[in-house]
Design a protein around this ligand. Structure first.
Ligand code: BES
Ligand code: MN
Ligand code: ZN
Length: 499
């Protein structure tokens, strides 16, 4: 879908449909809504007098505008109560509106930003409208050979604004489009089936987004990983014919000497569980176990396109967890890149193994902060549900920055504690640490395990096992891969830019 900003008046726009965002308690139409209503001889007002459409959150209705209007339809979309309005509601409502039009196969729509919806936040309003529309209409189509037409996208949305607001609106829409591109890119990577998204293919995708100047990609292959001693990553990959890859993306947008933020993303292109094989039910969904990697790659690409004033290093350990003849076994002991030894209790707790090597490797960059993002534990879904990111970490300022970014991005997140007692649960009798801590506090013991491999840098771990994959449609997150963490991390990087 293409979103463009144009100078003009909504009520005078020649288009298939105009979208009006209406609050529940709005007694009187104002601004562009009133002008649109006038063009139709009061059809909108008439509808609002009935109970057919009340402006309740996410409600939609279609009116035909009649001969005197330059637009054919009016799509009314409810925002809910005005005093409860947030950027998140705007994203959801705009998504609902364009999805309704898309179902009607309407190929063109126009909408005006009503600035008083989010007073003093013009940029946020534009960004929310653009992202709601783009993300709501996302579809993954590369493997549909028969039904292309039925699932066609709405090709055009125009944002019509006053000439005085044009520069601001166009600039913000451009940035919001880049961020939406990133979310859709992450969704594409995660949606791709495991046979066509192997560690090597993921590495190829990383090379493709790097331009070699601002964003530089290097990939460490199996031989290099062996010589470095990245044995935890190698151990996870040992049961598969697919060789592991360690992908590095580097971006410099701040002073050369400024310490970078390091993002590490779990890149299991398929997690069968290994010798501790998973049950068959929903095993297909484990193609999404590289959602952390996808998020990190998408953030790197967007950061470079936006030209953010930060230094960024992205580390992506990628492997396939399979039960082949060479596979890692329960009881094995692995000597990790950090030098610490790990007793393997369950080969299905593999994400923490590959991240252990990445977090230890991060130390060489003398980072200002390290954030890892991973579909790490089913326990996180049990604790927080499928829409919420679990956050654990060692640095209060970093955690506060991420919390703030999560609120702005509308990506829900909740902190879990990382008290010392949890690391008792992963003590091994014969090695330095074991890779599982039993049934209790599974998300926390996983983070406590990672913490054994972090340096003294500020560190936060984000468990996206729930939000990475939507089991049902949400307003701007269609069922399937969600792109979780992408908007959150871009927002965080935007906020910490060098002035
Ligand atoms: N990739 C899974 C976690 C997961 C589960 C993500 C469901 C998304 C949805 C991870 O590698 C895993 O298998 N974790 C185990 C850990 C256990 C063996 C300690 C789990 O959660 O069961
Ligand atoms: Mn697993
Ligand atoms: Zn996994």
């Amino acid at each position: 879908m293409k979103i463009t900003v144009k100078k003009g008046k909504l009520a005078q726009t020649k288009t298939q449909s105009v979208i009006l965002l209406i609050c529940e308690d709005e007694k009187k139409l104002s601004g562009e809504a009133a002008a649109v209503d006038n063009k139709t001889g009061g059809l909108v007002k008439e509808m609002l007098k009935s109970t057919d459409f009340t402006g309740k959150a996410l409600q939609t209705a279609v009116l035909y505008a009649g001969k005197n209007a330059p637009f054919r339809r009016i799509l009314l979309a409810g925002l809910g109560k005005k005093n409860e309005l947030t950027a998140e509601k705007v994203r959801q409502t705009v998504a609902k509106a364009v999805r309704h039009l898309c179902e009607l196969k309407v190929g063109q729509a126009a909408v005006a930003p009503e600035w008083n919806l989010l007073p003093g936040q013009k940029n946020t309003l534009i960004a929310s409208m653009v992202q709601g529309a783009r993300l709501g209409l996302y579809k993954y189509l590369p493997y549909k050979t028969q039904e292309k037409d039925d699932s066609a996208e709405m090709p055009r949305l125009e944002i019509i604004c006053d000439p005085a607001d044009y520069t601001l609106a166009a600039a913000e829409a451009r940035k919001a489009n880049i961020i939406a591109d990133a979310v859709c890119f992450a969704r594409d990577l995660v949606s791709a089936p495991g046979n066509e998204m192997t560690p090597s293919i993921l590495a190829r995708q990383a090379r493709k987004i790097a331009d070699g100047k601002k964003l530089v990609c290097s990939v460490l292959g199996k031989a290099k990983l062996k010589s470095l001693g990245m044995n935890a990553l190698l151990a996870v990959a040992a049961g598969s014919h697919e060789p592991p890859q360690f992908i590095v993306l580097e971006y410099k947008g701040a002073k050369k000497s400024a310490p970078p933020v390091v993002l590490a993303g779990k890149g299991l292109t398929f997690d069968a569980g290994g010798i501790s094989l998973k049950v068959a039910a929903k095993m297909d969904e484990m193609k999404m176990d590289m959602a952390g990697a996808a998020a990190v790659m998408a953030v790197a690409h967007a950061t470079a396109r936006l030209g953010l004033a930060v230094n960024l290093v992205c580390l992506i350990p990628a492997a396939e967890n399979m039960p082949g003849g060479g596979a890692l076994k329960p009881g094995d002991i692995v000597r990790s890149y950090s030098g610490k030894t790990i007793e393997i209790i369950n080969t299905d707790a593999e994400g923490r193994l590959i991240l252990a090597d990445a977090l230890a490797y991060a130390y060489r960059y003398k980072p200002a902060a390290v954030i890892d993002i991973a579909t790490l534990t089913g326990a996180c879904i049990v604790a927080l549900g499928e829409e919420v990111i679990g956050m654990l970490g060692t640095d209060d300022a970093l955690k506060a920055g991420i919390k703030k970014a999560s609120e702005a991005a509308g990506e829900l997140l909740w902190e879990l504690p990382l008290w010392d007692m949890y690391s008792e649960m992963i003590k091994s009798d014969i090695a330095d640490v074991k890779n599982t801590g039993g049934r209790q506090a599974g998300t926390i013991t996983a983070a406590a395990f990672l913490n054994k491999f972090t340096g003294d840098y500020p560190w936060v771990h984000l468990d996206i096992a729930g939000p990475a994959w939507a089991s049902k449609d949400r307003p701007y997150t269609p069922k399937g891969a969600s792109g979780a963490g992408v908007r959150l991390l871009i927002e965080y990087l935007k906020n910490i830019q060098a002035k």
